[in-house]
Design a protein around this ligand. Structure first.
Ligand SMILES: CC(C)(COP(=O)(O)OP(=O)(O)OC[C@H]1O[C@@H](n2cnc3c(N)ncnc32)[C@H](O)[C@@H]1OP(=O)(O)O)[C@@H](O)C(=O)NCCC(=O)NCCS
Length: 239
């Protein structure tokens, strides 16, 4: 990865029993305890796979074994490297059986992936949570275009909230993204400020079939490299 590129990985979260056992060995005791708190076994397996994938991928960038990497959690939940002076930044998202990871150097990054699915309450979610102009634009679209637009808007907004590390501590209506068909991806205003919004770049990630996904980082456009989707057993071969 060059200093300014962004690399995006997609990992399938459908491990075999053998994969889960091997991936779990890369986790720290606190991570295993967190995995074991899931009531549903499939959630425990997907969480272990995503966390181990994060460690393996970080390990390939840092040139160290994934299990040796020290991770911390920032105050509002964003995971980060606990290594003084390290410039590598990352973020991850999972939905259904897919996890998405974004890596870059020296600039904050956020990613979000959501399984595209019919949502009966799309309009009311938009009116309650989105910026009022976003809700208006969404509801003015022909019904046939609304679902794709909703997920574009949602994933771009969540990826921004994850890039700044705020998650849901920052209201979704405090900033405005583009999402209409054919409109360039971007953040249009942050608390009414178009200049502040120009510091950020937004890309849609179109490599996950059946899902909407977005990538946001704080810099002018960087070259983005989408890596082919990998399965848990292929992930283990990267060790
Ligand atoms: C952080 C947040 C945005 C997570 O969103 P999410 O869609 O539930 O989950 P994702 O799979 O995209 O992301 C989860 C990962 O983000 C990371 N994360 C957690 N808090 C974060 C934060 N504040 N900033 C950046 N990343 C964060 C973690 O790695 C987490 O993975 P983990 O649980 O395996 O540790 C959270 O604030 C949230 O709960 N969102 C709810 C989503 C929703 O209901 N949206 C309504 C429609 S707009």
């Amino acid at each position: 990865m060059t200093d300014r590129s962004v690399e995006v990985w997609t990992v399938r979260l459908d491990p075999s029993d053998h994969d889960v056992a091997a991936l779990e060995k890369l986790l720290e005791p606190g991570e295993i305890a967190r995995a074991n708190r899931f009531v549903f076994e499939h959630l425990r397996r997907t969480w272990i796979t995503a966390r181990a994938a994060l460690r393996i991928l970080l390990g390939t960038y840092l040139g160290v074994p994934g299990e040796s990497i020290r991770l911390k959690t920032e105050p509002k939940g964003k995971p980060a490297l606990d290594i003084r002076g390290e410039l590598l930044r990352f973020n991850l998202s999972h939905s259904g059986e897919v996890a998405l990871f974004g890596f870059t150097r020296a600039c904050e990054i956020g990613v979000d992936v959501e399984q595209a699915r019919p949502m009966d309450d799309m309009g009311s979610i938009a009116e309650r949570f989105f910026h009022p102009e976003e809700a208006r634009e969404l509801l003015a679209l022909p019904v046939s275009e609304r679902e794709a637009a909703f997920f574009r808007c949602w994933t771009r907004k969540e990826a921004y909230l994850k890039a700044i590390g705020e998650g849901f501590f920052e209201p979704l209506e405090s900033f405005r993204v583009s999402f209409l068909p054919g409109e360039p991806a971007g953040i249009l205003r942050i608390r009414g400020d178009a200049n502040a919004a120009r510091a950020w770049t937004v890309h849609d990630v179109e490599s996950v079939p059946g899902h909407a996904a977005a990538l946001v980082y704080r810099d002018a456009p960087r070259p983005v490299r989408l890596l082919p989707r990998i399965s848990p057993d292929k992930l283990l071969q990267l060790i």
